[in-house]
Design a protein around this ligand. Structure first.
Ligand SMILES: Nc1ncnc2c1ncn2[C@@H]1O[C@H](COP(=O)(O)OP(=O)(O)O)[C@@H](O)[C@H]1O
Ligand SMILES: [Mg+2]
Length: 246
């Protein structure tokens, strides 16, 4: 049984369809990267998987012990209010709220926050103010926060936007380690090169259709081949592109 199975999914807003007839699955241990042009519906799909928006038609089923409230979520940056005057510890701790039954945090929730801060290497930032951190540090804090909600599946929506190349690489390494440690990853990315380097599966949303399959199959698909040609540095491909090295 898969963690998530989407069948013939159609999503959109007030009369505008963003995508339709989308079917794919997320299995335990997968590292699924979702790529596609701006506006192709990647964030809309993530909100659908989290149950924040309902599909217009089609179904999203959860299995293998996963419930949607136990999915960890690192939203796209423009959806995050990054100026809250909280400490790193408070931000991470708030990730346990789906397990909060009493008007205070339990010992177990506090331990979970500290464990996840250690896991992503930010324990030394515990008492710092979130808004004073660098972009890379803030993303690690939000990753620890998302981990507090889950031990199974993390959804990350364009998590490296605004990070410099070194911080981006560190972040990718950290996510790859989490995946090796058993956490299933669903990551939206506009960085196809790193998607094909890290992901086990690719979902490519395009206005007129989509690709879903293993990264290997993606590289040999029409969608993937287009990507390979536009990124190939050889002279033939470059001259076909008018000498532009992408
Ligand atoms: N809250 C909303 N209300 C109406 N339209 C929206 C809303 N959010 C996104 N859209 C539209 O839905 C389409 C897909 O958006 P989105 O899922 O954010 O794309 P992506 O994440 O792939 O860039 C876009 O045309 C966008 O303008
Ligand atoms: Mg988006």
């Amino acid at each position: 049984m898969s963690y998530i199975i989407c069948e013939k999914l159609k999503m959109g807003y007030e009369g505008t369809d963003v995508f339709e007839n989308l079917s794919f699955a997320v299995n335990k241990g997968d590292y699924l990267c979702i790529v596609g042009e701006n506006g192709s519906g990647k964030s809309t799909l993530m909100k659908g998987l989290l149950g924040l928006i309902n599909p217009i038609s089609g179904t999203i089923e959860y299995g293998d012990g996963l419930e949607k409230k136990y999915i960890g979520y690192l939203p796209q940056q423009n959806d995050i209010q990054s100026d809250f005057p909280s400490s790193v510890y408070e931000v991470v701790l708030s990730g346990t709220l789906n397990r909060r039954k009493l008007p205070f945090y339990s010992k177990e929730q506090k331990k979970s926050a500290l464990d996840n801060m250690e896991k992503v290497g930010i324990l030394d930032l515990k008492n710092k103010c979130f808004q004073e951190l660098s972009g890379g540090q803030q993303q690690r804090v939000l990753l620890a926060r998302a981990l507090c909600a889950t031990s199974k599946l993390l959804i990350l929506d364009e998590p490296i936007t605004g990070l410099d190349p070194l911080a981006s690489q560190d972040f990718y390494d950290l996510v790859a380690d989490l995946n090796k440690g058993g956490i299933t990853i669903v990551m939206v990315s506009h960085d196809i090169t790193s998607a094909v380097n890290h992901a086990s599966h690719i979902l490519h949303l395009a206005g007129d259709g989509y690709f879903y399959g293993t990264t290997h199959r993606y590289m040999h698909s029409n969608y993937g081949e287009k990507f390979l040609i536009t990124n190939c540095p050889c002279d033939d491909c470059r001259s076909n592109r008018g000498g532009i090295r992408l």
